[in-house]
Structure formats: structure tokens, C-alpha cells
Design a protein around this ligand. Structure first.
Ligand code: AMP
Length: 225
């Protein structure tokens, strides 16, 4: 009897506690409805973390003109694993080396170079196309397949003797990177290396840069233009 009385006394208490279960249920429902964190799988059946960087780059034949295969890194950047690995792989060879700043070439070099600079805990210098920088600039003209172009930095972007790592998405003929090296050196930088995601070895840019006494790192190679 005493036990029965005891449980009878407990029953109302349990009822009182019942409303507290509602928010817990609601919380559970909300969790279930939240969208799953995106973990894109680039190849069916292969976990995203195992897909090599090269397979995450989209190749677009005939863009921007016939005969060119555009190597599009946006598919690599939008992938959390790919972007993380890309930055880690670019930074890793420089661990323990003196780097004072990262310079990135407009525009994809800003995305990659900015992330590399952040990871190295150093500043970032934008190397921009002609007329884009708001203050006083110094620049270098360089040859394109058709015509000429010019890249610029702010005239106070470099402190003389700074060790600078140059970053861009892709090296083809090397014309852009060579102009950037020339410009940064003219401003007083010591170029400690050039880092690219992609090298097109058939176009010889890497060799040209190495001939200027600068180490080149590229994570992925593609044949052809
Ligand atoms: P280059 O000066 O010939 O080495 O060309 C390098 C610059 O042009 C880089 O900033 C690249 O973003 C761009 N570029 C050249 N060829 C390609 C390509 N096949 N796919 C994507 N970008 C390219």
C-alpha cells in the first residue's frame, strides 16, 4: 500500500514535468529539418576527401576562344575539402621559411594568395591590372598574345628587402608572372618563390621563371594550352 501511495504521489509530479518535454521535441524536430552540411562528392562513390585536386578542376574547351581549354578553379574553390587542401599544399613547402608578404595576381590570385597569406600570418599585396588601384602606383608593361597589358602595385606596397611569395592560379606562358616578378623586384622585394595551382608545361612559363632564379611550385599539370 505504502508503495502504491508512493507511486500515486509520484504520478502528478511526472505530469508536471511533461510540458518540459515539448521544447526538447521541438528542438529535435528543428535539428532534423536543418540542411545537412554540404560535402560535395566530385565522383560518385568516392568520398570527397579522397578526390584529387586535379579532378576538382573543370576544363572548358573552346573558352574564351577556340583552341584554348579553360581550366576553371571555381569548382575547386567551392569545395570545402578542395579549398582547404589547396591552401595547405601551397603553404606546406614554406613552413619555417622567412616570408614577409604574399603578392597575388588579379583576380584569382587574390583568392588563393589571400588564403595563403592568412595561413602564413603575413600581409597581402594585390598585383592589379592597369588603372584599378586608387593611390600612386608603379607598373610594368608586358606582352600578350595580341597587344600589351600592364600590371601595377601601390608604390608603397613593398618595404625594401621584404621576402615575398608570388601566387596565381595558373602559369601558361609565364608572361604575367614574369612581369609581376620584375615589378616586385623593382619595388625592392626579394622573391622567395612563385606558387600556382596549375602549370601548363607545354607553354614553358615555369622554365622562364626558373631562369630568373625563382623557384616555382605548381600542384597540378595539364597538357596543352
Ligand atoms: P600567362 O601570362 O601566359 O602565364 O597566363 C597566365 C594568366 O592567364 C593567369 O592569370 C591565368 O589565370 C590566365 N590563363 C592563361 N591560360 C589559361 C587557361 N588555359 N585556363 C585558365 N586561365 C588561364
Amino acid at each position: 500500500m505504502a508503495a502504491a501511495k508512493k507511486s500515486a504521489r509520484k504520478a502528478p509530479a511526472a505530469k508536471k514535468r511533461a510540458p518540459a518535454a515539448k521544447p526538447a521535441k521541438a528542438h529535435g524536430k528543428a535539428k532534423a529539418k536543418a540542411p545537412a552540411r554540404q560535402r560535395p562528392v566530385a565522383h560518385a562513390g568516392v568520398p570527397a576527401s579522397l578526390v584529387p585536386l586535379k579532378a576538382r578542376i573543370r576544363s572548358i574547351p573552346g573558352y574564351p576562344k577556340p583552341g584554348i581549354v579553360f581550366r576553371d578553379i571555381t569548382t575547386l574553390l567551392q569545395d570545402a575539402f578542395g579549398f582547404r587542401k589547396l591552401v595547405d599544399d601551397l603553404v606546406q613547402p614554406h613552413a619555417g621559411r622567412r616570408i614577409d608578404a604574399v603578392a597575388g595576381i588579379e583576380a584569382r590570385g587574390f583568392i588563393i594568395g589571400g588564403a595563403v597569406a592568412h595561413q602564413l600570418s603575413v600581409g597581402f599585396i594585390p598585383v592589379r591590372k592597369k588603372g584599378k588601384l586608387p593611390w600612386e602606383t608603379i607598373g610594368v608593361d608586358y606582352e600578350l598574345e595580341y597587344g600589351r597589358d600592364r600590371i601595377e602595385i601601390h608604390k608603397d606596397a613593398i618595404t625594401k628587402g621584404q621576402s615575398v611569395l608570388l601566387v596565381d592560379d595558373l602559369i601558361a606562358t609565364g608572361g604575367t608572372a614574369l612581369a609581376a616578378i620584375q615589378l616586385l623586384r623593382q619595388a625592392g622585394a626579394n622573391i622567395v618563390g612563385c606558387s600556382f595551382v596549375i602549370d601548363l608545361p607545354d607553354l614553358g612559363g615555369r622554365r622562364r621563371i626558373e631562369q630568373m632564379g625563382v623557384n616555382v611550385q605548381a600542384l597540378v599539370e595539364f597538357d596543352g594550352e
